[in-house]
Design a protein around this ligand. Structure first.
Ligand code: KIV
Length: 266
């Protein structure tokens, strides 16, 4: 298989057991280009957009218009990765036909697949999307759109009953046709059990190393998300600190008349 061909949902599904899937979020053209040029398999235009970029307290206020705007920008940048757009809160819960219409809009602006949250309850929606040619990435565990039901961002699947329910969700979504499954915020041991239970890849976030791949919010990985750092995040850079230092230096040089210098003048 040509490894430089763009990643498709089917090709990513086939990586299970062969190669770890590496995924990051991106919300704009410049970041998406960096992520794609770094060889990341799957670029997720997550509804974490709400917190990371738009300054909301959670993902619930994110609209279809927000997702369409940012998905289009990301899709213009990405040449190789699979662009997956999150379906925002209340864009797929109302009815299957509402979900189909909204998923279709995301594909029309450049997404190659959509992600939606929930397990057994989403089976009819996932089936309808897949039957109509729209690849679906499932999302179970600590699903952020259910923050109020959970009473906060709490690790899920800690009891035997809750773990069994998540295993049921994973198998139901697999049968409904998802090409992969995001598993978020569960004990590492359960992440491994879910991974072993399904034939589609699991992409973990706070779900341990046994998942078939990992995803992070790019702002967390790059240190752009402020001081908040959950346990599952590893910061690979401190770009927020570096950016503040650069901005402070620019401010000082302008104040001191050092910028612009002769080399910056026409
Ligand atoms: O919105 C998002 O970025 C996500 C990932 C954290 C999985 O759903």
């Amino acid at each position: 298989m040509n490894s430089t061909a763009p990643w498709t949902a089917a090709r990513l599904r086939a990586l299970k057991g062969r190669e770890k899937i590496v995924s990051l979020t991106a919300y704009d053209f410049a970041t998406a280009r960096l992520v794609d040029e770094s060889g990341i398999h799957l670029v997720l235009v997550g509804d974490s957009l709400g917190e990371a970029v738009l300054g909301y307290a959670n993902t619930l206020p994110v609209t279809m218009l927000d997702m369409l705007h940012h998905t289009a920008a990301v899709a213009r940048a990405v040449k190789n990765a699979l662009v997956v757009a999150d379906m925002p809160f209340m864009s797929y819960q109302i009815s299957v036909s509402h979900a189909l219409a909204n998923a279709g809009r995301l594909l029309k602006v450049g997404a190659k697949a959509v992600k939606l949250e929930g397990g057994v309850v989403r089976v009819p929606t996932v089936q309808a999307l897949v039957e109509n040619g729209i690849p679906v990435l499932g999302h179970i565990g600590l699903t952020p759109q259910s923050v109020h039901e959970f009473g906060g961002y709490k690790v899920q699947g800690r009891t035997a009953t809750a773990a069994e329910e998540l295993l049921r969700d994973a198998r139901a979504l697999e049968a409904a046709g998802v090409f992969a499954l995001v598993v978020e915020g569960v004990p590492a041991e359960l992440g491994g059990r879910i991974t072993a239970a399904v034939s589609v890849p699991t992409i973990g976030i706070g779900a341990g190393p046994q998942c078939d791949g990992q995803v992070l919010v790019i702002h967390d990985l790059l240190g752009l998300g402020g001081d908040w750092k959950p346990k599952f995040v590893k910061r690979y850079a401190e770009l927020g600190t570096a950016a503040k230092a650069a901005i402070a230096e620019y401010k000082r040089e302008v104040a001191e008349g050092k910028f612009p210098g002769p080399e910056h003048c026409y």
